[in-house]
Design a protein. Sequence first.
Length: 344
Amino acid sequence: MENCILICYYLVINTKLESMKIFSGIRPTGDIHIGNYIGSLKRWVEIQDEEDCIFCVVDWHAITTPYEAKTLQKNIFDLATTYLAAGIDPNKCTYFVQSQVKEHAELAWLLGTTIPVGELQRMTQFKDKSLKHKDNITAGLLNYPILMAADILLYNAEAVPIGKDQKQHLELTRDTAERFNSKYGNTFVIPEPIIPEQGATIMSLSDPEKKMSKSDNGKGSISLFEDPDSIMTKLMSATTDSDKDIRFDAENKKGISNLLTIYSVFSKKSVKDIENEFSGKGYGDFKKATAELLIESLRPIREKKKEYEKNPDYIWSELEKGANKARKIAEETMKKARVNMGLK
């Protein structure tokens, strides 16, 4: 979740029509790589036709670690256009910027009065980021999980599909909701985690022991808008193993297993079918085929993004429309929370 996605989660609630309300957000802090795309955006596009989706650019989360104020709006716009280029349709979902709905911050403050500091200090992500940004250990970094909990509880989530590395944050969200309900009366739904299997975590191409991340000097990650030549170079030099057998073994063949997962997601073929297809072929053949598949699969997204960038008025207008829709939901939740806490 570092660099581009420090927060990515879905919120699901039942409505009278038995559809699900889903919320998810990405930090505008860098180029989205294919791991981010597989773990979030691709899924969003797949579910927006069936469910009531809320997709947010979480800019308040972006300022919890060092950033350049003069480029923040550009990054927000860049991520907003990326959403649309990937297939998010504002006519099918609620699409907005987090800071335009003040209730996210208001609920975070209320929740913060119920959460012991010790729980926040035990968060693995806080420890990791504190080591990485030793000169910038702020209250915002410590309170990051509170804002995440507010994002989730604001829309009464019943289920939250997450990556394995987000499980601790969801557990804190659940504990926070239970504590609040116990102290002030039934207010929030307790969300359950849903951790997908395939593609839940895409590993670094240069070090398959670690998650794909933009902080990997660019060698281990592939941007959603990467140059085709660069994609080919990175895939051909991806770390594998001395065994030349193309088969999935997450324990002993992490590198090739990671490539098989990537190929499977973009080709929509099962890993077993891919193993059979490349039986008897070498790693070089498989790496080249994976690179070619990625180049062609990402080409439409690259082209659409260029078109959206030409029409900034449309982007900002749609974001404002989405904020108005999200605000109505958030206001209802906050009314209930305020009343239960004894606030007017």
